[in-house]
Design a protein around this ligand. Structure first.
Ligand code: 7RM
Length: 651
């Protein structure tokens, strides 16, 4: 019996970037990648200093890295202003009148901000913050819709050295008050409301409710987006537009220490209390700048679109800091992908000539389910590069993305990383890495990724184990805010001086990394440890399946039996015959060991986090006990749980 995670699904389709793409790319051959990677691992100070020098530092660093595991300091004693690098720097390098942000609201309203205009707005708002008593190191909670002002608020905080903590606009009042309390925030930036699926989300109202519980907020600045009627508490609440009129559009960016805190971003832990992941300035900026540049192969004429919300790390790193530090033009969209229907994203790609499109597997699976006629009816020929992030992408969804969205022409970068890592850790480089559907391929520069077994030995090819990173990297988290002990225990406890990501993974014989799922979700059938991703991908490869989640259920003989939850595509019908067919399909694809004991077809879909990750923990609890007792604040839609309970009772 094996203690390691086994793998059975072998993928042999390989796609190399076209000569045309490679020729123009920053890294155009595997030999060049290997050379640069080797240098980045063997001489990290040399490598990162060269990258960092492309940015603007008000005072140079003494040492590139000071590492006392698990605490890192990057670019010691240097001073920089992160906002100056993302905005001011482009006023004198030829980009002053270039579009920084092309924005579209859900109702269809449009705005373009050039770097010059963005600079004025950010300066103005920095003055607003200072006039309202916000100082360096103060924590500022941002709870905004996806409007340019969300990015402006983040950049202004960075500019004055305040520490922002963005809370996704879909979170409740209670989540806000928890985060206010944990961070000790003294100011909030919000809006009257935001548009989502044709409805108004009452953002200010949620903040009001949160502020009843937490009294530490001295100032709440409200941006007017929807003209909702809101209550303004005298002495505490002020309007963004009235404050902005009182101040100038000039603001000098002061230099802050490289290790000055930049932001706290909360991420759900397995226990109830959310973890405040702390990122600092210099290393984070260098990490997001460099990864954006090489992985998205950013060029001056790109129109870059990352569809994430700024409330997630993907929005922080690849809407705000990475792309702006690179001076590209980017698209920002306020609303839902299916408003008014699932063609909305493709309309946006066509209208603005998006060249690089970065989204999540959950969205891709939803597009597949919605039907090919939607992308088929749009001109997507401006696209040159596609990306995914957030979950393992099922190979069949990858193939669809490649064929339907990329016309078989665009490379796909499947990017593995975490809130904690700050920037992309494992990903193809689009001009050189041969890709296979389902693998994030190879580590990025400076990332010493490996798969270890329980004893800390490196696993052989195709042997599954724990994904770790053995060396510090510039954009790594510095701690869990206010809880060093939890920081050590969560990430540095398994192996001495080594970061554990919490994901199960394996490498294939070419060194490609395959993420097989979260370690908490691993299945254990008759002593065989199986990752969830393979079984799910086998299901998704069936022509009728749009999406699948598998979990283990206690089983007297096998230890665990496999229970699958499957969402079918448009025409397909749930039936005992369909269940039988799918079981046979998995047996054929992987083997009898992975054959689900039961398959359910949930009518309202799968439980997901608000950023679209499948919550297997909830399914596991439901099949074992019929109830959900764990933390559900990250769950997107509780009605899904009700409908699953009914479905499980019927059987
Ligand atoms: C960026 C982000 C992190 C977790 C991570 C994985 C999963 C993310 C991929 C992936 C397979 C990928 N931050 N994950 N990207 N799994 N392939 N390309 O998602 O903090 O919200 O989540 O997401 O399990 O540990 S996150």
């Amino acid at each position: 019996m094996s203690k390691n995670i086994e793998s059975h699904l072998i993928e042999d389709r390989v796609f190399k970037p076209s000569k045309e793409f490679s020729k123009k790319a920053r890294v155009s051959s595997m030999a060049q990648y290997r050379r640069m990677y080797k240098e980045s691992i063997e001489k990290p100070s040399l490598f990162w200093a060269r990258e960092a020098k492309e940015l603007h530092w008000q005072k140079p660093w003494k040492k590139v890295l000071e590492w006392k595991a698990p605490f890192a300091k990057w670019f010691t004693e240097a001073k920089l202003n992160v906002c100056e690098n993302c905005v001011d720097r482009h006023l004198s390098n030829g980009r002053k009148n270039k579009a920084a942000i092309i924005w579209e609201g859900e109702p269809g309203d449009k705005r373009v901000l050039t770097y010059h205009q963005l600079h004025r707005e950010v300066c103005r708002f920095s003055n607003v913050l200072e006039a309202n008593g916000v100082k360096a190191r103060d924590r500022v909670l941002i709870y905004m819709p996806m409007v340019p002002e969300a990015a402006i608020a983040m950049l202004a905080c960075a500019r004055i050295g305040a520490v922002h903590s963005v809370v996704f606009g879909g979170f409740s009042a209670e989540s806000i008050s928890d985060r206010l309390e944990d961070s000790g925030a003294t100011a909030v930036i919000t809006a009257d409301g935001g548009y989502r699926r044709g409805k108004v989300v009452p953002l200010k109202k949620n903040v009001d409710d949160a502020l009843k519980k937490y009294q530490g907020v001295k100032r709440c600045i409200v941006y007017q987006r929807t003209n909702e009627k809101v209550t303004m508490k005298r002495g505490r609440d002020v309007w963004w537009h009235t404050e902005a009129k009182k101040v100038s559009a000039d603001h000098t960016p002061k230099g802050f220490d490289s290790e000055h805190p930049l932001f706290i971003l909360y991420t759900s832990g397995s226990t109830g209390k959310p973890k405040g992941i702390l990122h600092t300035s210099g290393g984070y900026l260098v990490g997001t700048y460099t990864s954006s540049k090489y992985i998205f192969d950013m060029r001056n004429d790109d129109i870059f679109w990352c569809t994430a919300d700024v409330g997630w790390v993907t929005g922080h790193s690849y809407i705000v800091f990475g792309p702006l530090a690179n001076g590209v033009t980017q698209v920002m969209y306020e609303g839902a992908p299916n408003y008014p229907d699932f063609g909305r994203f493709w309309d946006i790609v066509e209208e603005y000539g998006v060249t690089t499109f970065y989204t999540a597997p959950t969205a891709i699976r939803a597009f597949i389910k919605a039907g090919d006629h939607l992308p088929d009816a749009r001109d997507l020929s401006s696209l040159r590069l596609l990306g995914t992030v957030g979950e393992p992408i099922n190979p069949e969804a990858w193939m669809w993305y490649r064929e339907k969205i990329g016309s078989g022409r665009c490379p796909i970068v499947d990017t593995w990383w975490q809130t904690e890592t700050g920037s992309i850790m494992i990903s193809p480089l689009p001009g050189c890495t041969p890709t296979k559907p389902g693998t994030a391929t190879l580590p990025f520069f400076g990332v010493d990724a490996a798969i270890l077994d329980e004893e800390g030995n490196e696993c052989k090819a195709d042997e599954g184990g724990k994904l770790v990173i053995r060396k510090p990297w510039p954009s790594m988290l510095r701690t869990i805010y206010g809880d060093k002990a939890r920081y050590r225990k969560t990430y540095w406890n398994d192996y001495e001086g080594i970061y554990t990501a919490g994901d199960g993974a394996r490498t294939d014989k070419n060194g490609n990394f395959w993420i097989v799922g979260r370690l908490d979700d691993v299945l254990n059938v008759s002593g065989h440890r199986l990752g969830t991703a393979e079984v799910e991908s086998a299901l998704v490869a069936h022509k009728d399946v749009a999406e699948a989640a598998v979990v283990g259920r206690p089983h007297e003989i096998k230890g665990q039996g496999i229970v699958a939850f499957v969402t079918l595509k448009g025409q397909a019908k749930a039936s005992p015959a369909a269940e039988k067919d799918l079981k046979a399909h998995v047996t054929k694809a992987i083997g009898a060991i992975a054959r689900p004991d039961e398959i359910y077809f949930p009518p309202d879909g799968l439980p997901k986090t608000r950023s679209g990750k499948i919550m297997r923990r909830i399914l596991k609890e439901l099949v074992a006990t019929g109830k959900v007792t764990g933390n559900v604040t990250t769950l997107e839609d509780f009605t899904v749980v009700r409908s699953l309970q009914k479905l499980l009772q019927k059987k």
